[in-house]
Design a protein around this ligand. Structure first.
Ligand SMILES: Nc1ncnc2c1ncn2[C@@H]1O[C@H](COP(=O)(O)OP(=O)(O)OP(=O)(O)O)[C@@H](O)[C@H]1O
Ligand SMILES: [Mg+2]
Length: 311
């Protein structure tokens, strides 16, 4: 038993490699600068953001092969208690390269694989065993190939059984199937929202909000990049304007939002304040270089300037 209130779940973690080059060229060697290596995948990034904001979480993830061993080492270095589910399939690696000739970043994302369904069952069983300890179960990121698309709704059911709040941030079919058992919060961006609208056949945004509430989603954070973020509940709709930022890298913005939101809720903020805190964490991450995540002092400053007295 420990006093961590949050469990993050990352079924498709990664080793994230970041570097830059004068110019990315085809058919020749692109010489790159020294790389950075970070543990990655949605839930792991949320745990890293929570750590920076002084909220401690445990991170459950599937880990395999020598890259899985490296991932576990990296989690130790980050001081995040790891709950690895061992798999024979190697943990994937992703690479992001800034092309300095155009000032833009290429993000290459490789697939992960779980070839044995026993691994998936062990992960669900472990979550079920542990969930009584946690107030929040945060599932974030894609699902690896080989894992059923309804996995996140299975985790939602486990969370419901143990009275834990389930927070889901994912996309495509893992989002569509993942909300079948409801969720405390979901955070679709515009692309994810439009896709859901199409698949569920909703004619308007309001129609989709209503449908999601019927499925048991309690709070919808519908983000629109730098334009606005909406918090929709069955009772109210609040619009937030993100602060103007000096954009450096978009890596980790969504996970930083979720980390900030949950940190806010644990600190006893209102829902609106917690969303403001999430936007502040995302803004700080967007202003940091490459794979760097938010800085706690900067998050506080952005929050107090833009949101604290207004919410
Ligand atoms: N250009 C921007 N300026 C200021 N804030 C931004 C900008 N883009 C995104 N944000 C903030 O980041 C938060 C998360 O953004 P969003 O939901 O679009 O991320 P995402 O598309 O899920 O990203 P990810 O690739 O990390 O999953 C939003 O609440 C928004 O406030
Ligand atoms: Mg996202």
């Amino acid at each position: 038993m420990n006093n961590h209130k949050v469990l993050t779940v990352t079924l498709n973690p990664s080793i994230d490699i970041g570097t830059e080059a004068d110019e990315v060229i085809t058919d020749q060697k692109t010489r790159c600068a020294s790389p950075s290596f970070d543990p990655g995948g949605g839930g792991i990034n949320v745990s890293r953001v929570l750590n920076r904001l002084g909220i401690y979480s445990d991170a459950l993830f599937i880990s395999g092969g020598y890259t899985g061993n490296l991932l576990k080492e990296m989690m130790k270095e980050e001081n995040i208690p790891a709950i690895p589910i061992e798999s024979p399939d190697k943990t994937r690696q992703n690479i992001a390269i800034i092309d300095n000739s155009i000032g833009k970043q290429y993000r290459f994302v490789l697939p992960g694989l779980v070839s044995d369904l026993n691994i998936w069952e062990s992960a669900l069983q472990k979550i079920d065993e542990l969930t009584d300890q946690y107030d929040f179960i945060i599932a974030s990121g894609s699902l690896p190939d080989g894992i059923p698309e309804n996995t996140y709704s299975e985790i939602a059911s486990i969370a419901k059984k143990h009275n834990s709040a389930f927070i889901l941030d994912t996309s495509k079919s893992s989002l569509i199937k993942g909300i079948e058992q409801g969720a405390e919060f979901i955070k679709p961006n515009q692309e994810e929202f439009q896709e859901m609208k199409q698949i569920f056949g909703a004619a308007t945004d309001s129609e989709l909000y209503e449908l999601l509430f019927q499925k048991g989603v309690k709070n919808i954070v519908h983000t629109h990049g730098k334009e606005k973020t909406l918090l929709i509940t069955p009772e109210s709709e609040t619009s937030f304007t993100p602060p103007k930022i000096n954009l450096r890298s978009t890596i980790g913005a969504g996970d930083s939002f979720i980390g900030g939101l949950v940190a806010g809720l644990i600190k006893g903020f209102t829902k609106q304040q917690a969303v403001g805190y999430g936007i502040s964490a995302a803004a700080s991450t967007l202003q940091s270089e490459g794979t760097d995540l938010c800085d706690a002092a900067e998050v506080e400053e952005i929050y107090s300037t833009n949101f604290q007295s207004h919410l």
